[in-house]
Write a protein that binds this ligand. Structure first.
Ligand SMILES: [Zn+2]
Length: 188
């Protein structure tokens, strides 16, 4: 499924040499999102040393994400106007696709941003993504009518009554036990 992202990888690196001036922690998701935290146990650290720590953490995180396939070497961040400029159609056209979840995006203070990787993913699999989103919306509305935290409903893909779902605080996960491959993972 082109639009499910449930994988999360963690790594931590410690700089053991010298006086162990910093360590950092990074979490990356298959959406290509990086969360990075730096820790400085020694309060006497200089601004230059902080910058050096940040640069090192970014370089290592980037190579980790490239090695996991979470980033393409030539991936660019794009706004809906950037996509319109590159692929035609209006900004509103792309904005609608982002809103419908057909192209994954990240909400920022400046608006929604995505990467050309996801735009390409949509353009190359339009019918499949459209069908998947239709089925995903259908099963989510069925789940919401059930009014239960977890259970089993009819799978919108194969029609078997074997779709297991689970509602957590911020998302809904589900997987078809009939092995048709249909699954959902919503992110709030
Ligand atoms: Zn199924």
């Amino acid at each position: 499924m082109a639009t499910t992202y449930d994988k999360l990888n963690y790594m931590s690196k410690t700089k053991n040499d010298k006086s162990k001036k910093f360590h950092w922690y990074a979490a990356t998701s298959s959406e290509g999102i990086l969360e990075l935290s730096l820790y400085f146990p020694n309060k006497n650290i200089t601004k230059e040393e902080k910058e050096e720590a940040l640069a090192l953490a970014l370089v290592q995180s980037k190579s980790f994400m490239l090695s996991k396939g979470y980033l393409l070497p030539n991936a660019h961040f794009m706004s809906s106007s950037d996509i319109a400029e590159k692929h035609g159609h209006t900004r509103q056209y792309w904005e609608k696709l982002l809103k419908e979840g057909k192209i994954p995006y990240k909400e920022t203070s400046a608006g929604r941003i995505t990467t050309d990787l996801w735009v390409q993913g949509y353009l190359n699999n339009k019918e499949k993504v459209d069908e998947y989103i239709r089925e995903r919306n259908k099963v989510i509305s069925t789940i919401q009518k059930e009014n239960r935290k977890r259970g089993q409903v009819k799978c919108p893909h194969c029609g078997e009554h074997k779709f297991d779902y689970n509602i957590n605080a911020h998302n809904i996960n589900g997987l078809c036990r009939a092995d048709c491959g249909f699954r959902i993972h919503t992110i709030n």
